[in-house]
Design a protein around this ligand. Structure first.
Ligand SMILES: Nc1ncnc2c1ncn2[C@@H]1O[C@H](COP(=O)(O)OP(=O)(O)OP(=O)(O)O)[C@@H](O)[C@H]1O
Length: 346
């Protein structure tokens, strides 16, 4: 298997952060979109890697470290606006983790056709502590259940989103960072899931298999149809998979030989996903002056086209009346058609 890096079990959280997340934070601060998601079977360490222990410097995971890092980079000369949202996809329904009254939210598309969760709470933050409090608040609302394999098994996919907008004079940039802790795939014979936990397991496995289908379609020989709409998870993550985003996938595996077949499946997923090609670019928002300049340019283009139409209309009328080309129209035609008058007008 080929990967960008492999972390043995004794690796410190800080090492994982430095390798997987540090650069993405810089990219998002420069106006790119970024995503980090943890994928793997149940109890393989996804939540530990993404969140970890929020109040323990050694064991805190990627999300709280990102919260600190962002504020280390925030420059006094620039105006930054940082807002966060936190939601989960539970049994194919999107629930707001910062406002429990908002359930079954819809996915809409913005003006650039990027899907987003409509109506999800967004909170402005101004310190790492505020982000940590928000994570704690959302985390307590997330669906978790005990199974034979994990005492606190996540029964939903959680997505913590940070949007950083900044203004520097005329320049406006905006980057979105999406931090995803997927629920783990599970063999119900091993987890001993029954009743509601079994229903949850079926839903988890179904959405993860939709994710695998998207990855397969994106890396297949013929990219005819990418089934993003087959699950809420793939729809929400659409721009991260084959779109405008720098995406890092953290593949989590169990070190136990009892989980060999799941580990091989997980590694194959990672190997395949690594072949997806994304095209990330800087999300530059236009200022009012830039809009004005663009408008003037378009207006000028429009005038030229209108003049062209008038000349052609005049020519058509002349031709219809059996008149020769006027000298003025020949000059204009030369001007508009760059000296090459289409034969049908001669
Ligand atoms: N690298 C690690 N070092 C120490 N403990 C770990 C490590 N990885 C995981 N653990 C511990 O293993 C247990 C299971 O991990 P975790 O809950 O993160 O798994 P998960 O992949 O998120 O599972 P699920 O999909 O069921 O939610 C937790 O008690 C966690 O603290």
């Amino acid at each position: 298997y080929v990967f960008d890096g492999v972390f043995p079990p004794e690796t410190y959280q800080e090492q994982v952060y430095n390798t997987c997340a540090k650069q993405i934070v810089k990219d998002v601060l420069e106006g790119c979109n970024g995503t980090i998601f943890a994928y793997g079977q149940t109890s393989s360490g996804k939540t530990y890697s993404m969140e970890g222990n929020l109040n323990d410097l050694q064991h805190m995971g990627i999300i709280p470290r990102i919260a600190k890092d962002i504020f280390n980079h925030v420059n006094d000369n620039l105006e930054f606006h940082i807002k966060v949202s936190y939601f989960e996809i539970y049994m194919e329904k999107i629930n707001d983790l910062l406002d429990v009254t908002k359930t079954n939210l819809c996915v809409h598309e913005d003006e650039n056709h990027v899907p987003y969760v409509k109506g999800c709470t967004e909170r402005f933050v101004s310190s790492p502590e505020e982000i940590t409090n928000i994570i704690n608040e959302g985390k307590s609302k997330r669906h978790v259940a005990g199974t034979n394999m994990n005492e606190y098994s996540s029964r939903s996919h959680s997505i913590f989103q940070i949007v950083i907008s900044q203004e520097h004079g005329e320049h406006k940039l905006s980057g979105k960072l999406c931090l995803v802790d997927l629920a783990g795939s599970e063999k119900v014979s091993k987890t001993g899931a029954v009743g509601n936990v079994l229903d949850e397991a079926k839903n988890i496995n179904k959405s993860l298999s939709a994710l695998c289908n998207v990855v397969s379609a994106l890396t297949g020989q013929t990219k005819t149809h990418i089934p993003y709409r087959d699950s809420k998870l793939t729809r929400v993550l659409q721009y991260c998979l084959g779109g405008n985003c720098r995406t890092t996938i953290l593949i989590c595996c169990s070190p136990s030989s009892l989980n060999k077949s799941e580990t091989m499946y997980t590694l194959k997923f990672g190997q395949r996903a690594k072949r997806i090609k994304n095209t990330a670019f800087i999300n530059h928002k236009m200022t009012s002056n830039e809009w004005q300049r663009k408008y003037e340019k378009e207006k000028e283009k429009n005038n030229i086209l209108e003049n062209k139409i008038q000349t052609l209309e005049m020519e058509r009328r002349n031709w219809h009346n059996g008149e020769a080309h006027t000298q003025t129209s020949c000059i204009l035609m030369n001007l508009y058609f760059g000296g090459v008058i289409p034969p049908r007008l001669l």
